[in-house]
Each structure stands twice: as C-alpha cells, then as structure tokens.
Design a binder for this molecule. Structure first.
Ligand code: NAP
Length: 462
C-alpha cells in the first residue's frame, strides 16, 4: 500500500503496522519483502509505504510514534531524521545515516541495517576483509555504509569516482569516526593494481542502462566483486569477472538482509535456517517477471532444450518462484488430445505430432496471462513455432551437459524417438543434430549440471 502524507495522517492501522518513509517513492520492493519476512516468522503485521516530503518529516515521525510499531527511511530522510530521534546507534551516528527507527519505551531509536545487510552478503560468500585491499566505486549513501564496514573489519580501502573532492569528503568523514583506519582515495586512472575486492556503490549498470559499467577491466588480483545494484541481477561489472577465479554478488541479498535485520530490531525476529535464502529466490523470481515485462516486453518464460535436460523440473520451480502458472507442452497436448505422446506417435506418426505441437504452442503463447512454458525437445525445430514463441515469450535454452542428460534419460521411458536398439548412440546423434538449432533459436542460455543452480541462473538470465 502506497499512501500520500495526507492519507497517512488520516490512516488508522488495523494491526501492528510498519512503514517506509521516502520522497519521492516510486516502485518499491519493501512492502513485498517485509510481508514475506513477516510470513516467515509468523508475525501478524502490515507494512506500508508513505510519501513524506522533506518539510513533513518531523510531523510524519510524530504520527509514526502514535500509529506505527517501527519505520524505515530512504532518500532523502536518512540524515535529516537524526536530530528528530531520541537515540542513535553508534554506527548509524558515525555514518550520519539512519534507515530504521524502533519505538521503545516512548523513545525513537535510530539504526542503520544497510551495514548489517552488506556484512551478511560478504559473510554468505565467506569473504574476509581483514588485511585485504578493497576498491570502492562511489562515495554516496551506499558507499559510506560499505566503506565503514570494510574499515571496521580491517581492510585497506581505496575510494574512487568521477569527483575526487567528494571521495575525499567521504574519506574525511570516515576517518573522523575511525581515526586509525586505512582509507585512501585514488583517481580512476590510478587504481592500485593489487586490489583484491571491488565494490560498486554507483548506479552505473542499473536498468535500463545495463551496458554501463564504472570500470572497463578488473585488476588481475580481484577475487570478489560486489555490486549494490540488483536490477539487473548480473551487471556489466559482474560480467567482467572471470567466473573461474572471481566470485560475484549483486545487491539483492543485502536488500533482503537489511530488511530482515530491521525486523530483528523491531520485534526480535529470528529467521529459521534457509528462510532468508528462500525469500531471496522468490525476490529473484519477482524481479524476473518485472524484467520480462519492462525489458523484453514479453509475458511468458519459455524453456527449450534436449529431452532429459530438466525443462519440466526447472519449469515447475521457476513457476513457483515467479508466481506464474506452469504449462508443460507435452502434458498439455496429451490432455487436449486424450492420448499419451507414445500413443500419438504410434497411431498417427511423428509428422502429425509436430502439427499438434505447432497448434498448441501457438495457442498457449497467444494467452494473455503469462506463464512458464516447458517445451518438448523438438518444439523449436519448426521456425514457425519459434516465431510464435518469440512474439510473447523469452526463449531460454537449458543447455544441460550431455552426461547429465544421459543420466536423466536413464530413469525415463515413453520417449518414442529413443525407442531404438542402440539408445545411447541414437541419443548422442539426435543431441548433436539439435544443439545448434536450440542455440540459434534461444534468446539466452543457462548451463549447469546442478538443478538448484540452473533454476537460479534461469531467473538471473532474464
Ligand atoms: P547516492 O547516494 O546518490 O550515490 C550515488 C553514487 O554514484 C555517487 O558516488 C555518485 O557520484 C555516483 N554516480 C552517480 N552517477 C554516476 C555516473 N554517471 N558516473 C559515475 N558515478 C556516478 O546513491 P546510493 O543510495 O549510494 O545508491 C548507489 C547504488 O547502490 C544504487 O544503484 C542503489 O540502487 C544501490 N543501493 C543498493 C542497496 C542494496 O540494499 N542492495 C542499498 C542502497 C543502495 P556523483 O556524486 O559524482 O554523482
């Protein structure tokens, strides 16, 4: 729910309610994210977003003390709120930035949970900062949080950006709070060659200008890249990393964890193992649907690939995470025709089956409601099928390694094209013939032998 300041003044909460204050507030993921976190802890609470103009912040805070159980703050209120609070947590005070306010014993107390979200992202990737050389791109709000944590953890930090005076100002602010910290600035032309960690805290590379990057190459010792951006989930900067040597992480986990820690501060929320990870995966799912619409102007996620590549299993999981309905084309054809695929092949032959495939691919992809559609292995062999799919769907190839396909197929029956004496040889022949066709047809491709990884990469490929 997004309320104007006037609507908030007249608002009567029906149960325990929390809110985000910002100005302006366009699309925000916070209400959906907090609702998922409340559900994970079984908390019966609401979360609303309120547009609070800067001159109304004091009034809004006074109303919040009466009506709300806690608030989050975003641009432009993170600093302005500090003089209005009764107490401020030391790290938030050092940063001059509060994003979470708890009301306790008639007091409004400010915290910064972005620091915790960032710290937990690095922890998730087992990245230690002690003694490391870290390059920070940017010197705004997110940069200050990341810099503060790096310095508290004993890293040597280099801040860079397009305006060295602003980088110097952040350095001075950090050194005022942490006088013994190792913090330097550098121009973008004189980045030390031996930095080991790169952190992006600029919006360069964010949707819709996804080709932008704050760096054009990574110094060769870099082993970890963190990008605070989460749309897209894989940024141009992250794509510079060599996946064999350099771990990368986008900003979505930081976003999830700063919200989770706000709930811990508000009401002592404890999250079960894996709860935040499963919320993270659902957020990737929601993001994928949004990107499908905003970037590609499509409504269906369509999975193609060789038989046994995991399209049905992955499709089901992707559907659950995106909230889209799932359609398996082969099962759909069977339901419409009242015959199994082997029966259709036996009674009418392959050409008849291919005509049915064309008919039903066209029918499903013409639907107004978006879905996740898993195709049969031969469905993209006809160019007219590919054309119909691409009008409304994004076609993703599950490029599962051949050894994994063979293993999957060894458990399965009812594959008419493989019902031959030399099944393994026939499988390889068909796979080699079809792979180039899949590659040419698909908009993007996902390759991994591990199912969980394929699901996550499918969402991030969008
Ligand atoms: P901010 O306070 O406005 O700071 C933006 C920074 O980016 C400044 O250093 C700015 O430098 C630099 N910048 C902007 N445009 C640039 C350009 N074209 N070329 C070079 N530098 C440029 O914003 P913020 O709140 O720190 O957010 C920064 C990024 O972090 C955003 O993408 C935001 O979505 C993300 N973020 C993520 C999370 C999370 O939880 N994952 C949390 C907060 C922020 P100038 O002052 O010179 O323009």
């Amino acid at each position: 729910m997004l309320l104007s300041f006037e609507e908030f003044a007249a608002f009567t909460p029906q149960r325990e309610t929390y809110a985000l204050f910002g100005y302006p507030l366009g699309h925000t993921m916070s209400p959906a994210l907090h609702a998922a976190l409340f559900a994970a802890t079984g908390r019966d609470a609401d979360y609303i977003a309120v547009t609070v103009p800067p001159e109304k912040l004091a009034e809004a805070l006074a109303l919040a003390r009466e009506k709300l159980a806690g608030i989050n703050l975003t641009i432009p209120h993170k600093k302005a709120v500090i003089p209005l609070l009764d107490e401020v947590d030391p790290s938030a005070a050092d940063l001059h930035s509060v994003n979470t306010v708890a009301f306790r014993d008639c007091k409004a107390i400010g915290f910064n949970t972005d620091i915790l979200g960032f710290a937990e992202s690095l922890e998730k990737d087992s990245v230690s900062l002690r003694g490391k050389k870290v390059l920070l791109l940017g010197y705004g709000g997110a940069a200050a949080v990341m810099a503060y944590h790096c310095l508290c953890e004993g890293a040597t930090l280099y801040i860079t950006g397009r305006n060295l005076d602003k980088a110097e100002a952040l350095r001075a602010q950090l050194l005022a709070a942490l006088p013994h910290a190792k913090c330097l600035t550098c121009t973008r032309r004189r980045i030390p060659k031996d930095v080991q960690i790169v952190l992006n805290a600029t919006p360069l590379g964010m949707f819709p200008r996804e080709d932008k990057t704050p760096l054009y190459f990574l110094p060769h010792k870099v082993g970890y890249v963190f990008d605070a951006i989460y749309n897209p989930p894989v940024t141009a900067l992250m794509r510079l990393a060599n996946p064999k040597r350099t771990k990368t992480r986008d900003g979505l986990f930081m976003l999830v964890m700063q919200a989770a820690r706000a709930q811990t501060i508000w009401y002592g929320a404890q999250f079960a193992d894996g709860a935040c990870d499963s919320i993270l995966r659902r957020m990737y799912g929601q993001m994928a649907v949004k990107r499908l619409h905003d970037k590609y102007h499509k409504r269906h996620i369509v999975l193609c690939g060789f038989m046994g590549s995991g399209k049905t299993t992955v499709g089901r999981k992707v559907a659950r995470l995106t909230g889209l309905p799932f359609v398996d084309l082969d099962r759909y054809i069977e339901a419409q025709e009242g015959l199994t695929i082997p029966e259709i092949f036996a009674q009418h032959g392959e050409a008849y089956f291919r005509d049915l495939e064309t008919k039903y691919v066209t029918e499903v992809t013409a639907r107004q409601e978006g879905c996740v559609l898993s195709l049969g292995g031969g469905a993209v062999l006809r160019p007219e099928n590919v054309a119909a799919i691409k009008r409304t769907g994004l076609l993703i190839l599950l490029d599962t390694p051949f050894f994994r396909i063979l293993k999957n197929l060894s458990y399965s029956t009812g594959r008419p094209l493989l019902e031959k004496e030399n099944r393994a040889e026939e499988t390889r022949r068909l796979y080699q013939a079809r792979r180039p066709i899949y590659e040419q047809a698909a908009d993007c491709r996902v390759r991994s032998p591990r199912l969980g990884e394929v699901v996550e990469r499918t969402l991030k490929a969008i």
